[in-house]
Design a binder for this molecule. Sequence first.
Ligand code: PLP
Length: 373
Amino acid sequence: MSRINVMIPWLGTEEVAAVTEVLESGWVAQGPRVAAFEEAFAARMQAEHAIAVSNCTTGLHLALVVAGVGAGDDVVVPSFSFIATSNAPTYVGARPVFADVDPETGNLTADSVKSALTPQTTAVIVVDQGGVPVDLRAIRELCDPLGVVVIEDAACGAGSTYAGRPVGAGAEIAAWSFHPRKIVTTGEGGMITTSRADWALRARRLREHAMSVSAADRHGSTLAPAEEYLEIGFNYRMTDLQAAVGIVQLGRLDEVVERRRELAAHYQEELGDVRGLRCVADPAHGTSNFQSFWVEVGADYPLSRDELLEHLAAQDISARRGIMAAHRQPAYAGVDHGPLPVTERLTDDTLILPLFHQMTQTEQDRVIRAVRA
Ligand SMILES: *Cc1c(COP(=O)(O)O)cnc(C)c1O
């Protein structure tokens, strides 16, 4: 019996050819492939502007900078998310304020955001957790009149839909991840999408040291124009090697999501009637790419969550503990927060089952049998 991993990226010979072509061109840093990837990504996600960055964490950082969030501000975030969602506000000197999540979706709701707002709140970071779309409209209806910027952490969301459109399309600004644990991968990588031309322009500059002339333009000309550094920027660039992979991966997105949804539906069918188990599902307002297929292990199931993980590991099935809770990490020890009962329950009682494009029916049936047993 061979090991079944929780996730395996789907990479093929087209990615190899695309990288080879970039290597042979001699231009490996940010250049024409990054520009082409940005254009393709904006079109696919129905976004007006896309700015490639080094990863989603740096994307969230830049999103907060261009939105004007800074020292003394409060930023509402779900504790129930990868730690980067909480770290980004800290980078700009703001304070993350943890809000609880909906028990069905694992996402912030207008009610949970409302109860976490303070007079200092200038932004909220909402997450499409595990690919489940957040109910963005309800949260923007609350926040827009208050002048509170809503930033969408769509790290897991490529290929999910909200109200009939790609997630992120309804956001003023969103950040995406191309880590191999996500649906589209470039090894490491990220993207910012935004509807605002002024934010796009500033993010584009800030990602390369806030230079007045892009490095690609400078090196592309024989007599390079003199550049100026307009403010203190960062080096958050993506490379053309990564973008070449991203362009191929983006072309595979629809096929990947279709297969993931098929596998998720099979899990739901086969595990839906198991006492004490609850499977993640599409919310009423959209569809998930099932980036993470999680199940909640209730009191009626014969094993605890950790016992089920051990039981699966004994059969060479590598499941994972569910989404983490930032407020329980040493990095945030001593940070004040309100009660987070749903976050704590979900982080304690959920686990993520293997689900990847190349997964065979035999492999999935092995996981299903192990859980049912
Ligand atoms: C993975 C992830 C990130 C971080 O993405 P990187 O590209 O690795 O920086 C941020 N937020 C969420 C919700 C994530 O799942």
